[in-house]
Design a protein around this ligand. Structure first.
Ligand code: GAR
Length: 204
């Protein structure tokens, strides 16, 4: 059988989608070449990430727990959609739903996630979005950052792929810190990790 030239990537989102945008930009600039974003799935019909995907000409799907009826039914629909697009790699980019062990087990080492802290600090259930930065500032740490890791059955517990540290400033608010962590760490790490893992998948 002929070897695949690029890995088919699906990006799962829930909100603004700046990390999705970083992936799209990386694809356009030739930083992400081993994988191609062919599908964006949102569990929130109002996510601006959907607009970003549409502007880039990428197919989108909205699959919500409410409409599906349960987490299990939502995951089943997600799986069916991923299968229809022959997805090789799933990227969680601000996807605010914890996936079951059943789901993560189906895609062993084929799901990656970006988290806005240096794991194992400020991670796991309840640590998402701005809350992560609020917790870092409340603790008084002087350095934080971002992590891209494989997703397994433990929230934020899978093998670490890339990390980058970001200094905290004395006058930081959760919002200023979030923006700096995104700009200096997340938007660089996620495309780099997407390229690295896509390349590894093609070599398998
Ligand atoms: C990002 O900071 C991402 O790391 C975080 O949510 C934000 C989504 O922003 N994810 C988590 O906290 C997951 N535990 P975006 O929609 O603009 O990419």
């Amino acid at each position: 059988m002929k070897k695949k030239q690029t890995a088919n990537i699906a990006v799962l989102v829930s909100g603004g989608g700046t990390n999705l945008q970083a992936l799209i930009n990386a694809q356009n600039k030739g930083i992400l070449t081993s994988g191609r974003i062919v599908l964006v799935i949102s569990n929130n019909a109002n996510a601006f990430a959907l607009t970003r995907a549409q502007r880039a000409g990428i197919d989108t799907a909205v699959i919500t727990r409410k409409e599906a009826g349960s987490q299990e039914a939502m995951e089943q629909k997600i799986c069916e959609t991923l299968d229809a697009y022959k997805i090789d790699l799933i990227i969680l980019a601000g996807f605010m739903s914890i996936l079951s062990a059943d789901f993560t087990g189906r895609y062993d080492h084929r799901i990656i996630n970006v988290h806005p802290s240096l794991i194992p600090s400020f991670c796991g259930e309840g640590f998402y979005g701005l809350r992560v930065h609020e917790a870092a500032l409340a603790k008084g740490v002087k350095v934080t950052g971002a992590t891209v890791h494989f997703v397994n059955e433990i929230p934020d517990g899978g093998e670490i792929i890339l990390q980058k540290a970001v200094n905290i400033k004395e006058d930081d608010t959760p919002e200023t810190l979030q923006k700096r962590v995104m700009r200096l760490a997340e938007w660089k790490l996620l495309p780099a990790a997407a390229e690295k893992v896509s390349r590894q998948l093609l070599e398998q």
